[in-house]
Design a protein around this ligand. Structure first.
Ligand SMILES: Cc1ncc(COP(=O)(O)O)c(C=O)c1O
Length: 211
């Protein structure tokens, strides 16, 4: 049956360049990067290279790059990691988050955290003044998506990160659905930015950076 696929923002065909590069590691250099033998060392070197190239794409240090199985794992790691590491009982997110963030916040709410779910305007955008108003001294993290996976709205992430930074709060942004990734981690200062580790999504970002 012929069909037209219109869900590329959710996931898309793996880029041929990614397939070609990965083929070698699936079939020949498939050692565990923690193993001390030659194949392990080769895999470790490839991981180091991939980490450095990914870091340079988003203006981060390579030690700041953590590869995950996908966006849901990355969101969980960033949000739960922030509340574990920092003191505070308040989390800010929005009513339009992907289930990866929304369900993590609901889970933490059950654990006793206070969560503010910000609404959005008719264009699907978070209001910056409202965001600043709900910031509290005990706000431990703000998690607001970069691009909405259903309506395509791109949130003002740099301005939101600046407000979070001024209030000494961490910011996390789900960028799995972002076709273009312009803001660098350096510019977003305290924020943790998660790119889906899916090669398909990453290849979209790579395309934009013309590697
Ligand atoms: C904004 C956003 N966050 C998180 C996710 C979850 O990513 P994954 O499906 O890789 O777990 C998605 C997936 O589309 C997404 O669009």
């Amino acid at each position: 049956m012929d069909y037209i696929y219109l869900d590329d923002a959710a996931t898309t065909r793996v880029d041929d360049r990614v397939k070609k590069t990965m083929d070698e590691y699936y079939n020949k250099k498939y050692g565990n990067p923690s193993s001390l033998h030659r194949m392990g060392k080769e895999a470790k070197k490839a991981m180091k290279n991939a980490r450095e190239r990914t870091a340079s794409l988003i203006g981060a240090d390579s030690e700041e790059i953590i590869f995950t199985s996908g966006g849901t794992e990355a969101d969980n790691l960033a949000i739960k990691g922030a509340v574990e590491k920092n003191e505070g009982n308040h989390i800010i997110t929005t009513e339009i988050e992907h289930a990866a963030v929304y369900n993590t916040c609901r889970y933490l709410e059950k654990k006793g955290y206070d969560v503010t779910y910000l609404g959005v305007d008719e264009d699907g955008l978070v209001n910056l003044d409202e965001f600043e108003e709900v910031m509290r001294e005990d706000t431990v993290i703000a998690s607001i998506m970069y691009a909405n996976n259903e309506i395509g709205t791109v949130e003002p992430i740099e301005e939101l990160a600046e407000i979070a930074d001024e209030n000494s709060s961490s910011a996390e942004s789900s960028a799995a659905a972002a076709e273009e990734q312009n803001a660098s981690v350096e510019e977003l200062s305290s924020s943790a930015q998660q790119l889906s580790s899916l090669a398909s999504n990453l290849s979209k970002v790579v395309n934009n950076y013309e590697l």
